[in-house]
Design a protein around this ligand. Structure first.
Ligand SMILES: *[C@@H]1O[C@H](CO)[C@@H](O)[C@H](O)[C@H]1NC(C)=O
Ligand SMILES: *[C@@H]1O[C@H](CO)[C@@H](O)[C@H](O)[C@H]1NC(C)=O
Ligand SMILES: *[C@@H]1O[C@H](CO)[C@@H](O)[C@H](O)[C@H]1NC(C)=O
Ligand SMILES: *[C@@H]1O[C@H](CO)[C@@H](O)[C@H](O)[C@H]1NC(C)=O
Ligand SMILES: CC(=O)N[C@H]1CO[C@H](CO)[C@@H](O)[C@@H]1O
Length: 794
């Protein structure tokens, strides 16, 4: 919990009033900022609902370096440390194949003699591409001695073929970095490998290259104008028009802005491009690009003082290809370069803006320390950076025929003057809270909903989480609303997400981190609840209410058979309007689950109520004499995100408390708690009552007797999203932080309120006939922790 983290970190010794202020502020942030997740799903919950399957290999941590989706063979290839895997796309942890490809003892020894550490001296597979229908090209670092090979894949009857072609093993120099930590990006198209990498042991020579059977074309060596301390992030081949000879290869990377010898300025994100058919020059630029140009890719937000905050460090890029191959949408995940403030942003780019920048003026500066200006002199023909193609007049059959003047120009003017600005001139997603998790990867799906198309962003973090986000642009106010639909805790242990691959065809994500590879279903509509409002409030473009439940939404025409009216409102989540007439407030009020609870006078008590949606605002009411009054809280009774907290219970506090949630104006009654207040002496007597020998367990039931079976509406409650251990820890921390009693007492108290799982299970068994524990939809244990039962055996 955010609150817990902050409380534990900052507020160890702060007094109560500050504490309260903090809670209030956080409470506000909680409901106002939609970047707060609506639903948080633990690893366990994902697992129990079959939403995810995880492949971990055997024994050693997998450490996947690169992954490749092969829909035609229905496999996912994973390049890892000393091994290559072929996984089943339906179920990544079943029927996998493995090729062990470790470095030899001799290679490892040699590597360590060069002063490298043992973990670096392994074969990390960094390049994994589909070479043709039957073969993969695979390259590994080979203990600082890169190697490549072709791997045969496919089916032979029932068997999956997966084997290295022994005679194909060759040196990987120039095709794979030496260092496992080195950045590297590659794309393979028509038998040609495009790759950005450091080609040497010392990582001095960064290059953008193309390799095929016959040629090796690359950027100039030691030319800081072309590349300067680059970090290679991504690449893609994108056609310009129907003339194949006009196809361009785009490279996404960061580099340090050069400023004369030795003096370096900040880091920038670049988009570079070359012609796919570039053959280099004949007399000059032999085996060098004759078409390499680059420009700046901007992702920034305006600051209050007119100075923009720039997100200059590209972390990941995703190219969303549509039917029209020529116009994919490009998504960049950026961070700030500041070491102090680490913020993140996602910007989206359109090809027309990218092409416009490359068709615009070249940049020019008199001296290295001068500012860039648009080049206003004569530009030679054919325009530098254009391809030898029919579209360009067909006057040149190859770049080798280009006039020297053109080659000289492109060599000395590789930078365009105009940067590429993002769509709407702003990020579509921002994370600017300091100290939050780091964002590492992005994948995007385009989904058709009833009210239009939505980009669903899947963003990986450094703590094993994938965030599922939609962003909604409002034309009238020129603002972007971010809706964080789900926060998925993919792996049990926190580790940076290294790769996310999406398969829209299978509606799956394939997620890699050092601990393993997970497959995750993109949506799970039934999770939101079966009521119309539950489904509508979710605002998930994949889901709609079909009259019975929340289920997968298919646009009209996909399944013409089912013409049932579907209710969905992604843009506004207006359940009040959409599900009007389906909600009977009074009835719901009465039907909500009811709990009986005993608390002890002068003691602390928490009436727990955590809605499934973390974006719902929780309201508490006290019913008295047929009327309900809202409990707004004061210094003694605090409305927290975990429930209503009484610091010192008074006997006058007894009564029926009702927990309601409000989300987008839609009111939902979750829980009714009938609280009785006991006087202290009664407790004392009870606590010291002789027991049946098992002291702990006796004490435990005396507190934990479940309430008499209430008449519950089975749909009224969803399992809580916060595991019990967390809420217990939270409560304990909270009491300690507000200086409530000494630690020993708090510990004791918490022990009594929550009891350990072991004791709890005993209790459960003993009282099960009283109908105490209510089972959630196959989620078992998590549900049983919904509310601590401070009840009491009389
Ligand atoms: C998950 O899958 C298992 C086996 O495939 C099945 O027995 C179980 O019912 C499934 N659970 C849910 C919640 O669908
Ligand atoms: C990569 O670098 C990090 C720190 O820079 C280091 O902790 C890690 O061990 C390195 N990994 C390998 C495989 O060399
Ligand atoms: C793929 O390439 C390999 C190696 O060049 C070759 O042996 C194989 O026949 C090719 N497969 C196809 C389907 O072209
Ligand atoms: C590379 O060589 C193989 C076999 O020699 C051939 O089949 C293939 O077409 C060649 N590829 C290119 C891009 O020239
Ligand atoms: C946490 C706490 O203060 N618990 C108190 C509840 O009431 C009993 C009886 O008065 C006290 O002994 C506990 O310390």
């Amino acid at each position: 919990m955010l609150i817990l983290e902050i409380m534990a970190g900052w507020l160890r010794s702060v007094n109560l009033s500050l504490m309260l202020l903090c809670l209030i502020l956080l409470g506000m942030a909680h409901t106002k900022h939609s970047i707060y997740p609506r639903i948080r799903l633990s690893h366990k919950e994902l697992w129990q609902t079959n939403r995810t399957w995880i492949f971990q290999g055997r024994g050693m941590p997998l450490q996947p370096q690169t992954m490749l989706l092969d829909e035609s063979h229905q496999r996912l290839y994973v390049g890892a440390k000393n091994a290559l895997f072929s996984l089943n796309l339906d179920r990544v942890n079943a029927h996998y194949r493995q090729i062990n490809w470790a470095s030899t003892e001799f290679q490892i020894e040699e590597c360590m003699m060069k002063g490298r550490e043992k973990p670096e001296c392994a074969n990390y597979i960094k390049v994994l591409q589909k070479y043709n229908q039957t073969h993969l090209l695979v390259c590994g670092t080979g203990a600082f001695n890169p190697i490549c090979a072709l791997v045969k894949v496919g089916h032979k009857g029932q068997e999956t073929t997966f084997a290295v072609e022994e005679e194909s093993v060759t040196s990987g120099k120039g095709r794979c970095p030496f260092d496992p930590n080195s950045s590297c990006m590659s794309t393979l198209r028509r038998g040609e490998l495009y790759i950005g990498l450091y080609t040497d042991y010392w990582e001095n020579d960064g290059a953008l290259c193309r390799l095929n059977n016959h040629t090796y074309t690359r950027t100039e060596r030691n030319d800081r104008q072309q590349l300067n301390e680059a970090k290679f992030v991504g690449s893609a081949v994108i056609p310009d028009n129907d003339d194949r000879d006009d196809d361009k290869v785009y490279f996404f990377f960061t580099e340090r802005e050069s400023d004369g010898e030795g003096v370096n300025r900040g880091i920038l994100t670049r988009i570079g491009r070359v012609c796919a058919n570039d053959q280099g020059g004949q007399r000059m630029l032999v085996n060098r690009w004759s078409s390499f140009l680059k420009t700046r890719l901007i992702c920034s937000v305006p600051g209050p003082n007119g100075i923009d905050t720039h997100f200059d460090d590209l972390e990941d890029v995703f190219v969303l290809t549509k039917k029209d191959e020529k116009n994919p949408e490009i998504f960049g995940l950026f961070s700030t370069t500041s070491a102090v403030f680490k913020g993140y942003a996602v910007c989206m780019y359109h090809m027309e803006d990218i092409r416009a920048a490359f068709n615009g003026p070249f940049a020019y500066r008199e001296k290295l320390e001068h500012h860039w200006t648009p080049y206003e002199g004569r530009v030679p023909y054919p325009r530098p950076g254009s391809c030898a193609s029919k579209v360009n007049g067909g006057g040149f059959s190859s770049s080798k025929e280009f006039p020297d003047e053109v080659l000289r120009f492109v060599r000395s003017h590789p930078v365009m003057y105009r940067p590429v600005l993002p769509h709407h001139h702003r990020p579509i997603l921002l994370q600017s809270e300091p100290g939050r998790r780091k964002l590492t990867q992005i994948a995007v799906d385009k989904v058709q909903a009833q009210d239009g198309h939505y980009h669903v962003l899947y963003i990986g973090t450094d703590d094993s989480v994938v965030l599922k986000v939609i962003t909604i642009y409002n034309k009238d106010t020129d603002t972007v609303e971010e809706v964080l639909l789900e926060e998925l805790h993919i792996f049990k242990v926190p580790a940076p997400i290294k790769e996310i691959i999406i398969s829209p065809k299978r509606q799956q994500l394939y997620v890699g981190s050092e601990v393993g590879v997970a497959q995750v279903r993109l949506h799970q509509c039934d999770l939101y609840g079966s009521a119309c409002a539950d489904c509508c409030l979710a605002r998930d473009p994949y889901c709609a209410w079909d009259g019975l439940t929340c289920s997968r939404y298919y646009p009209a025409g996909v399944y013409t058979k089912s013409r049932r009216f579907r209710r969905q409102d992604v843009r506004h989540g207006n359940a009040v309007q959409l599900c009007n007439g389906l909600q009977i407030d009074d009835e719901q009020w009465q039907r909500a689950e009811e709990k009986l609870m005993y608390s002890i006078e002068s003691n602390t008590t928490l009436l727990e109520c955590v809605p499934r949606s973390l974006q719902a605002k929780v309201l508490w009411f006290l019913e008295k004499g047929g009327e309900k009054h809202e409990v707004r809280g004061d210094e003694r009774v605090i409305v927290t995100s975990h429930g209503l907290l009484f610091l010192h219970v008074r006997s006058s506090d007894a009564g029926m408390y009702v927990c309601q949630t409000v989300e987008h104006g839609y009111v939902h009654t979750l829980l009714r708690v009938n609280m009785h207040v006991l006087r202290e002496e009664i407790l004392q007597t009870a606590m010291h009552k002789p027991n049946d020998g098992d002291g702990a367990s006796a004490q435990c039931h005396s507190i934990l007797l479940p309430a008499p079976a209430p008449s519950v509406n089975p749909r009224s409650l969803q399992p809580p999203s916060v595991p019990a251990s967390n809420s217990r820890l939270w409560y304990k921390e909270f009491l300690q932080l507000i200086g409530y009693g000494d630690a020993q007492k708090v510990e004791e108290y918490c022990e009594r309120v929550w009891c350990s799982d072991k004791k709890r299970k005993k209790t459960k068994r003993k009282y099960v006939s009283l109908g105490g524990e209510k089972k959630g939809k196959g989620r078992g244990e998590e549900n049983s922790h919904r509310a601590p039962r401070h009840t009491f055996d009389t």
